[in-house]
Design a protein around this ligand. Structure first.
Ligand SMILES: [Zn+2]
Length: 328
């Protein structure tokens, strides 16, 4: 893989290529963007370009064939260090070890590149240790911090790195990638992409859990049911996954089901369904619904999701949601 094969992220890549072209590669970068979006892949391609022995004529992309590129691909290059969190996060010993390593000149490459993943999950005693390295970076080295959220990084660290922001990828791009690179069928790819928040990594991560969710049942017995009975409400709430993350995922699926009901209700030519396999069920369900009732139901679902994200009692929040739904 090289820059030209990376999925999306043309702006961050253009910034890095401009730095290479102008010989203005910074000593420390901070790649900011949500989990699984592709920050580490771009960081690795950058390390490859900086150390490539072949490369494109303009030297802005890696050749993907030379010994250096191959070693980086197989995590065997001695000058490219990747620091992953151990347990809860990055530990102080790991940063000290990184500093020792960076003190040496490159063994065989042109630049030592250190990629510190999860920089927003570091033990509290690390920042000062890391600051010294960021303040006086060793020659021939590039440090790349990866973080999902800059809120958890000290201002002193932020000010010493060049920030590069990674935006969520467009939904069709994630969906296409899931089909072409991962061999998923269209229906599953559409569903996962729509729940991925623009992150291919998240799409893959939730694949197993999404397969466990009984979508048709959720649609028929709950989301699309005009007035679920109290008994049904109780049964449904009890049957829900207790883990907050799983529950939120199920509510997200419920949101996409409601969204599809709105599409079926309003558009005659409804090619753009996320749950295209459930179209016949939806067509029979929407006859009982007005558009405004569906939109109101979506709004209540959205409010409930926010309440649960804010750590409310999940059972109470769900019961309140179902009662509001039953009132129509
Ligand atoms: Zn190469």
């Amino acid at each position: 893989m090289s820059f030209k094969n990376v999925l999306g992220h043309s702006k961050p890549i253009a910034l890095l290529q401009r730095a290479i072209r102008n010989e203005k590669v910074a000593n420390s970068y901070l790649f900011l963007g949500s989990e699984g979006i592709g920050k580490k892949i771009v960081a690795l391609q950058f390390a490859k370009v900086l150390n490539c022995l072949g490369g494109t004529a303009d030297k802005e992309d890696a050749c993907d064939r030379c010994l250096s590129c191959k070693k980086i691909d197989h995590s065997l290059h001695p000058d490219v260090l990747i620091i992953e969190p151990m347990g809860q996060g990055i530990k102080k010993e790991q940063v000290i070890q990184m500093q020792r390593e960076l003190a040496y000149k490159p063994y065989e490459g042109k630049r030592r590149v250190c990629i510190l993943t999860a920089a927003d999950r570091m033990a509290h005693d690390i920042p000062n240790t890391l600051l010294k390295t960021l303040e006086e970076p060793p020659l021939h080295s590039v440090i790349i911090l990866l973080a999902n959220n800059s809120r958890f990084l000290l201002a002193t660290i932020l000010s010493r790195c060049q920030p590069i922001r990674f935006s969520p990828l467009p939904f069709p791009l994630v969906s296409k990638w899931l089909m072409e690179a991962k061999g998923l069928d269209e229906a599953e790819a559409q569903l996962l992409a729509s729940l991925s928040d623009g992150s291919p990594g998240k799409a893959l991560e939730i694949q197993g859990e999404i397969r466990q969710i009984p979508r048709e049942e959720l649609l028929k017995d709950c989301v699309g049911l005009k007035s679920p009975s109290f008994e049904r409400i109780g049964r449904w709430v009890e049957s829900l996954p207790s883990q907050r993350e799983n529950l939120l995922l199920m509510l997200e699926v419920a949101r996409t089901l409601l969204r599809d009901l709105v599409v079926v209700k309003t558009l005659k030519n409804n090619k753009k369904l996320i749950h295209s396999d459930l179209r016949p069920v939806m067509e029979s369900l929407v006859t009982n619904w007005s558009l405004s009732s569906l939109l109101k139901r979506m709004d209540i679902l959205h409010q409930t999701t926010l309440t649960i994200k804010a750590n409310a009692n999940t059972n109470l929040a769900l019961e309140a949601m179902m009662l509001s739904w039953a009132e129509g």
